[in-house]
Structure formats: structure tokens, C-alpha cells
Design a protein around this ligand. Structure first.
Ligand code: NAD
Length: 473
């Protein structure tokens, strides 16, 4: 058997297409594989198949659906190494982070294998003695999903596992940079006994052409998207024409607030993780770090030291902490943000330059709030530090932006922790925690960061319709 699949996965079969597109390693610039390039014809075929397969899947017992998910979970865990290597190859994620992502991705499949069995209905007391009110939950129907390249495994399972648990079928269009991980997950789904058409994967170099049939068709009842706010807004409008349910996980730009009463060592360690995990290419990455004046110098010193210890290099090497950025456009953006901050009077204490697509982990001090680094999501290994005076100013800085995905707070004062967490206009708040994402908890944003939640019971509700049955006795 071929080491990893490169064909489209439609109706439970691998479809070798003559049209192919290259997946290029950002670390070496070399092609890793030529992948089937789906177009409108394949999209229409997958759509019909998803509609057909959904009916039987919805009628399977919750135990049957849970069984498939459970076996898929076990297979994903058993293939941790090849999946981590594929991510290193196709988008440059360091191996050790890739292994962590595979476990995180598998965690969603495990969680929803269990939750599939707990989609309880409800009965509600009626005001009439001769009536009974029954509420049941049903799958919304066939789902179309679009995922980004930065977490090629976890963004897939976080959507597909709850949809399948609920009884929906799912057609996935992975990012053009990282289709190989998605196809490998599809192979494991097939091995797990997943029925044909329940989960299909359409790699493509033309996301618009493949997406159009799904967006236009009334029978696709839900769109779930993770990616940029710009594309998310466009898809939201298109999905409105057929009144689809929509989940949007969009751009972040997380603030970090380090208060004078924080455990400094812990704040430094957690903020390093919150910033430099995945080379900063994460929607919950710390984008703006605000430190209260009395500890600003000590924090900056310890932080810069931590940053200098990070190992940049080959994503396939065991010791690497930071791999390459995903492509030239990403590099240009990171560079422009650093140059803009320096031009506005920030000072550079570490990094600041690139070798190929490898941008050295960077720390900037005294970054002005009007800098691009604060106004846009950098999506790179750049930590801008700014000093604040008091809680009010900290909150003003943090809430001044139109995004609201994740925010981080460091303090040992319990009252402050509650006060600040409640005042932050963000969907996720990590208090003394730089990596809050986990399969059991709701993940998602407020304001321009999106709609809906993934993970936990909230993630399952996104794929369920509520049906009320009034029973006259
Ligand atoms: P992007 O929006 O360019 O691409 C994301 C996906 O959308 C890809 O699969 C792409 O092929 C597809 N796409 C692009 N244009 C499309 C169109 N017109 N029609 C249909 N599909 C289209 O995003 P990106 O820059 O590749 O990814 C990074 C972004 O994703 C960042 O903004 C990041 O914050 C966000 N993100 C958010 C979360 C979250 O959960 N909130 C998680 C990861 C990434």
C-alpha cells in the first residue's frame, strides 16, 4: 500500500484524477506529493453521495456510530507518527508538536464517540392534562466543511467527529496547503469501518469552484468553516441564500495581560507557549502582550531569554521548536508587521530576521498600540510587548479590537482573575493558562472571531436540530 493517499475520497472509494496539484514542503521548497485536484464534477458527485449516505447513517443506532468513531480514534492514535510526519512535510509543523496535535485531534473523536450515546431527549410539563411535550434531537443533515492548514488534523476531527456522532454526513474540503493529513485521516476512517459517503474528502486547488455546489444546494443543511474572517464573511453571505446553519471559527489576535501580582516564572513559560506554539501560526496565538509597569522589565528579560532558547530548524528534527512559516505570503506579512513596529519606535530584543521561510522568534519592546502587530493577526513568531498601568488600562487595550477569540490573564489575585475574565470580550479566557484548548471545552469566538462553538457538548449541539412532538392523549 502507498505510504499515504493522494487521491480524492468520494463514496468510500479512492479517485485518482488526472488533474493534480503539488503540495510543497515549506522547509525545503520541494514537492512532497501531487494530489488529486477536484473540480465541480467531483463536488456534485460527493454532494449526491453525502445526501444518500446521510439517511442510513442517521438511522444507524447511536452505538453503531459510536463504534465507528471509537475505532477511528484508536487508529488515529496508532498512526501518531506517520500523521506527525505528514504535517511536518506539508506545512512545516515540528514533529514533537505534530505528535501533540495528533493526540489532541484524536481526543475529539474519542469524546464524540462517547457523546454519540448521550444525545438525550427531554419531556416538558404541559399546561394541559391531555397533552405531553416531547423534545428530541435529530441530525441537521449533510454538512459541508472547510478547514485551514495550520492544524491539519485537529481542525478536521473537531468538526467531523461531532457531525458524525450526531448522525450527519460530512464532505470536507481541506486547505490546499495541507490535504495529505486530511486524506490520511479518511483512510483511517475507511479502515475503521466508516460507511461509504459518510465522510468524504475533496482536495482542490480551486476552493471556490468546489464549494459552490454545496453552498447553493438546499440539501446541504450546514456549513462549518475555520479560516480567515475575510473568507468566513463571504461564505456566511453565500450560505444565507439557502438558510444553512453556519459555524465560523475565524481569526484571533489574542491579548495577554500580565498583572504585577502574577507568578512571573509561570507567566513567562505559559506566554511562551501561547505565542510560539506552531510558530505563532495559531488562531489563539498571543498576538499582543501587555505587562503591568512594575514587572515589565523583569518579564521582558526572562521572556527574551526563553525566546533565545527556542530551536529553529528542520521540522522533521526531534529537537526543533519552530519550523518554517507556511509560505512567502506569510513571511511577507510577518516582516511587514515587524518593520512597521520598528518604524513606530519599538525596539528589537531578539530575532527580527528570516532565513528562507524560517522567521527567527522575535521579541519587540514598547510596541505602540496603533502598530499593525496589534491591529492585525500576525500569524508568526513575533512577540510584541507593551507596558500598561492598572487594570482599567489593561482591559481597554485588550477589548479595543474587533476580534474576540482567546485572551490570557496572569494574576494570583482570585478577585482580579474573575473580574478580568468576565470583562474580557473573548470566547476563551486562559487564566494562568497559555494553552486552554481541549476536546471537552467550548472553543470559539465573539465579535469578528466567529459564530458557534466546537468541542464539548456545545460542539455537538451545532449539528443537532430540535424537534418538538406534541402528543395529545
Ligand atoms: P483562509 O480563509 O485563506 O483559508 C481557510 C480555508 O478556506 C482553506 O481551506 C481555503 O482553501 C478555503 N477558502 C479560501 N477561499 C475560499 C473561498 N472563496 N471559498 C471557499 N473556500 C475558501 O485562511 P488561512 O489564512 O489559510 O488560515 C488562517 C486563518 O484561519 C487565520 O485567520 C486563523 O486565525 C484562522 N483560524 C481560526 C481558527 C479558529 O478556530 N477560530 C483555527 C485555525 C485557524
Amino acid at each position: 500500500m502507498q505510504e499515504f493517499p493522494t487521491d480524492a475520497f468520494i463514496a468510500g472509494r479512492w479517485r485518482p484524477l488526472s488533474r493534480r496539484f503539488p503540495v510543497v514542503s515549506p522547509a525545503t521548497g520541494e514537492a512532497v506529493a501531487e494530489v488529486a485536484d477536484c473540480g465541480e464534477a467531483e463536488a456534485r458527485e460527493a454532494l449526491e453521495e453525502a445526501v444518500r449516505a446521510q439517511k442510513a447513517w442517521a438511522q444507524a443506532t447511536a452505538y453503531e456510530r459510536a463504534g465507528v468513531l471509537r475505532r477511528w480514534f484508536e487508529l488515529i492514535l496508532a498512526h501518531e507518527e506517520p500523521l506527525a510526519r505528514l504535517m511536518a512535510l506539508e506545512m512545516g509543523k515540528p514533529l514533537k508538536e505534530g505528535r501533540g496535535e495528533v493526540r489532541y485531534a484524536a481526543g475529539f473523536v474519542e469524546w464524540y464517540a462517547e457523546e454519540a450515546k448521550r444525545v438525550y431527549g427531554e419531556t416538558v410539563p404541559s399546561q394541559f392534562p391531555h397533552k405531553r411535550i416531547l423534545v428530541r434531537y435529530e441530525p441537521v443533515g449533510p454538512v459541508y466543511g472547510i478547514t485551514p492548514w495550520n492544524f491539519p488534523a485537529a481542525m478536521v476531527t473537531r468538526k467531523v467527529a461531532p457531525a458524525l456522532a450526531a448522525g450527519c454526513s460530512f464532505v470536507l474540503k481541506p486547505a490546499e496547503e495541507s490535504p495529505l493529513t486530511a486524506l490520511y485521516l479518511a483512510r483511517l476512517f475507511q479502515e475503521a469501518g466508516g460507511p461509504p459517503g459518510v465522510f468524504q474528502v475533496l482536495p482542490t486547488s480551486d476552493p471556490e469552484a468546489v464549494s459552490r455546489p454545496f453552498l447553493e444546494d438546499e440539501r446541504i443543511r450546514k456549513l462549518t468553516f475555520t479560516g480567515s474572517t475575510e473568507v468566513g464573511l463571504k461564505l456566511y453571505q453565500e450560505a444565507a441564500r439557502t438558510l444553512k446553519r453556519v459555524s465560523l471559527e475565524l481569526g484571533g489576535g489574542a491579548p495577554v495581560l500580565v498583572f504585577r501580582d502574577a507568578d512571573l516564572e509561570r507567566a513567562v513559560a505559559e506566554t511562551l507557549r501561547a505565542k510560539f506554539r506552531n510558530a505563532g501560526e495559531s488562531c489563539v496565538a498571543a498576538n499582543r502582550i501587555f505587562v503591568e509597569a512594575p514587572i515589565a522589565e523583569a518579564f521582558a528579560r526572562a521572556y527574551a531569554e526563553g525566546v533565545r532558547a527556542l530551536k529553529v530548524g528542520d521540522p522533521l528534527a526531534e529537537e526543533t521548536d519552530i519550523g518554517p512559516l507556511v509560505n512567502e505570503a506569510a513571511l511577507r506579512k510577518v516582516r511587514a508587521h515587524v518593520e512597521d513596529a520598528l518604524a513606530r519606535g519599538a525596539s528589537l530584543v531578539a530575532g527580527g530576521e528570516a532565513k528562507g521561510l524560517f522567521f527567527l522568534p522575535t521579541v519587540l519592546l514598547d510596541v505602540k498600540p496603533e502598530s499593525l502587530l496589534f491591529r492585525e493577526e500576525t500569524f508568526g513568531p513575533v512577540a510584541p510587548l507593551t507596558v500598561f498601568q492598572g487594570e482599567e488600562e489593561a482591559l481597554r487595550y485588550a477589548n479595543a479590537f474587533p476580534v474576540g477569540l482567546a485572551a490570557y490573564v496572569f494574576t494570583r489575585d482570585l478577585s482580579r482573575a474573575f473580574r478580568v475574565a468576565e470583562a474580557l470580550e473573548y470566547g476563551i479566557v486562559g487564566v494562568n493558562d497559555g494553552v486552554p484548548s481541549t476536546p471537552q471545552a467550548p472553543f470559539g469566538g465573539m465579535k469578528r472571531s466567529g459564530l458557534g462553538r466546537e468541542g464539548g457538548r456545545w460542539g455537538l449541539e451545532e449539528y443537532l436540530e430540535v424537534k418538538y412532538v406534541s402528543l395529545g392523549l
